[in-house]
Design a protein around this ligand. Sequence first.
Ligand code: ADP
Ligand code: MG
Length: 282
Amino acid sequence: MPLLRLERVSFRYPSGFALREIDLEIPSQSFLALIGPNGSGKTTLLRLMTKLLEPESGHIYLDHQPLAKFARCGLARHMAVISSEQYFEFPFPVAQVVAMGRFPYLGRFQRMSNQDWKIVDEALEMTQTDHLRERPISQLSSGERQRVLMARAVAQKPSILMLDEPNAHLDIKHQISIFRLLQFLNRKQGMSVVVVLHDLTAAGAFCRTVALLRQGELVKQGKPEEVITTEVLRSTYGADVLVYPSPLGGFPQVTYRPETGDRRQESESRSQNSESRRKPET
Ligand code: ADP
Ligand code: MG
């Protein structure tokens, strides 16, 4: 049975954009990438799956229970969410931010136990943020903040982790380390991961399944090599790309050229012309 199930879920903003009849099953221990062009509804779908928005019609079930029935605290014991726009104005020390991951497990007025702090320490270590523990969260770089948010999510010990473009502000080394951490949580700790991604190569390299949204509809889902193909990307994104199997393991890798074929030919012929003009006339 799937951990999270969406049945014909529809939703509409007053502005007019709509998600239409989304059917999606997220089994336990899965690692799913949600991809799609800008404005195709990825963040909106994530908000529906994390109960930040309510569907207009259709049903969402988490662990066989209607998502609508979960109270915030109960939901937080199952699901951790890292949204793309999470800012901290108050200078909480990092360790305190990570400790917030334990709050769903504490009764009212109950204090953190030694066991809770041990979980916080482990989360800081796992995300390589231990050295930041005393630093105010408001003064970190966006890459450091992203790893602290990961630490908080790890401390929350959810069965499903939802992230919206977690690699958006990270350099390549930290992107890889975030995805490897997600893989570790998925494979070794049995956590399901759902991640909204712009980066199609990362989706191909790290995720086990990919779901593609276009204009509010889920148009394709399957293994990375089934969804991330030259034809699908050209037709969905309208982008002049080429997908080929990576030499590092055969997963789909997306590439493109700096100029269109036509322009390249034009510039080549232009440079040939100038070459010939430069040649001394005989
Ligand atoms: P994506 O994450 O795929 O880029 P979004 O889910 O953020 O797409 O947005 C889908 C569409 O819904 C866009 O056209 C966007 O302008 C619109 N939209 C997003 N948030 C809101 C909102 N709070 N109110 C009205 N329209 C919104
Ligand atoms: Mg988005």
